[in-house]
Write a protein of this length. Structure first.
Length: 264
């Protein structure tokens, strides 16, 4: 059996062109939409520095569904947060559509996430006092401000209702999170992440807080977004059966890319 070190060396020896050739034919002419090179990250616990990422490189193609897997503590969620510019790496660079994003000021990173990168979290992060429809509308409320939003509210409400219908919640528009199941709340979160028509969707354990049946329903929605609507998706998961459904799966171990596999 190959050691983690040998697998890492094997991965480094495979060029990005060779990896692209192993992807689904629909992706062969797709440009790189997201790229990370040499990303490192450590955290301090008292006087002790704890390394989490030790030089991670990935590329994500437009229209690709890519999964990131690894054991607890491998750094996969930390890495996704760096890709989303929720945190900054200690070293390395991250590019979105050929523009470096890891060094942007906070206000620019907020705009990037609000307009171009959708986020789905394990624990939904819905505002409890708002209805499903109002939660989905939040990104455009923040983007446009009160007056501009009010002038365009009919258009925005129409799109929010269409998104909730897409995820099967047209009958839950006025329900608040406490009145919904976990699977329904995650569907609202998915609809919210799509409200600004983002170019990239980042999902952190989207099925991790759900039972198997609800998780399968969420994965059906994610697959439809990728296959029918060509949404580029990067998803962190601990579930290897879910990861096996992705175009490409990147496995992290000890803060490095251990291996890369492709859907057969």
């Amino acid at each position: 059996m190959s050691s983690a070190y040998e697998l890492a060396i094997e991965h480094q020896a495979v060029s990005s062109t060779d990896q692209k050739n192993q992807l689904h034919p629909r992706l062969l002419k797709s440009p790189v939409v997201l790229k990370a090179t040499g990303v490192t990250k450590s955290y301090r616990k008292g006087k002790v520095e704890v390394p989490v990422l030790n030089g991670v490189d990935i590329e994500v193609l437009e229209g690709e569904f890519q999964a990131i897997v690894g054991a607890s503590g491998s750094g996969k969620s930390t890495f996704l947060h760096l890709l989303a510019t929720l945190d900054k790496p200690d070293d390395g660079e991250i590019y979105f559509e050929d523009n470096r994003i890891d060094n942007l000021p906070a206000a620019s990173r907020d705009i990037l996430r609000n307009r171009y990168i959708g986020m789905i979290f394990q624990f939904y992060h819905l505002l409890p006092e708002l209805t499903a429809l109002e939660n989905v509308l939040m990104p455009v409320m923040i983007h446009h401000g009160f007056m501009s939003y009010m002038l365009q509210r009919r258009k925005f409400r129409k799109r929010a209702k269409e998104l909730l219908d897409l995820v099967g919640l047209s009958h839950r528009l006025k329900h608040r999170p406490r009145e919904m199941s976990g699977g329904e709340m995650q569907r609202v979160a998915i609809a919210r992440s799509l409200m600004a028509n983002p170019r990239l969707l980042l999902a952190d354990e989207p099925t991790g807080n759900l039972d198997r049946a609800a998780g399968e329903e969420i994965m059906e929605i994610i697959h439809e977004l990728n296959s029918a609507y060509d949404v580029t998706i990067v998803m962190v998961t601990h579930d290897l059966s879910i990861a096996a459904q992705a175009d490409r799966t990147v496995r992290l171990a000890e803060g490095r890319v251990e291996s890369v596999s492709f859907q057969s």
